[in-house]
Design a protein around this ligand. Sequence first.
Ligand SMILES: O=P(O)(O)OC[C@H]1O[C@@H](O)[C@H](O)[C@@H](O)[C@@H]1O
Length: 283
Amino acid sequence: MRSSIQPQLGFAHLAELPCWQLRCGEASAVVSSYGAQVLSYQPSPGDELLWLSPQANWQQQAIRGGIPLCWPWFGPADPSILPDAASQPAHGVARTRHWQLLQQHCTESVAALTLHSIFTDLPHCPAPIELQLAVRLSKEALSVTLSSEQPLPQQAALHSYFKLTSPQQLSVHGLGNHYLDKVSQQECLDGASPARLENETDRIYLQAGSQLLVQDGAQGVVLQQSGHDSSVLWNPGPAKSKALKDVPDNAYQHFVCVETASLNWQTAPLQLSQTIARQAASR
Ligand SMILES: O=P(O)(O)OC[C@H]1O[C@@H](O)[C@H](O)[C@@H](O)[C@@H]1O
């Protein structure tokens, strides 16, 4: 059976949202044109790997869940690099744009599409910059690659929200033990490995490997990444969950973000990739 790509309007409670549904064998994925955001990935029917907030919204704001794209900066805009930083949105401008379909193709073993957007109004770059997101669904895995050929000073992150059944039982392998703790504002050189969640967890790991394992109790997700210089581990904990408007109060129990990031402001073309797959059950 060939794989397929079908346009669809709306996904979950996000009415009227223009999306594409990709299918390949038993696997399926949904990609939104708003933000070029993967919203769902099921390697087999009913086995959802990504979390989408039941209170997520779109239009004028980023969709909370799936795989948002942070670009061309990560977190709050840096005033030493970006003019008028205070008025710029957190995590950049890619996740609140409408993107266009550039190409698609289906074979028996893959459903793939590429979306693109041209940015003409970046605060630190007057020239138009084209950004592309390639999404590739196979029977075994989902890959996303964010790329730009122009050597712009930039940061980027694939800000994946993974579904969680138990925060207490989460361990993330492969991150290394050197991180910047954004909660305590301290650098930690000898963090525990594998990483586990604290009350609020917001860390930038500076020596993350190319393969991570997000182990949630008995279930695991294998994450392969390239083009990164760091990985971010984020879970808002109880107090911040309550403060966030677009998530339920207990959202911290339902997701963890493990992000593939390029944060060094390199003036170079961008090629940032993440591939996720359900870990095979051990015999
Ligand atoms: O609410 P936003 O802008 O989507 O950001 C969510 C989180 O994203 C993470 O990547 C950051 O490390 C956190 O500091 C931030 O709170």
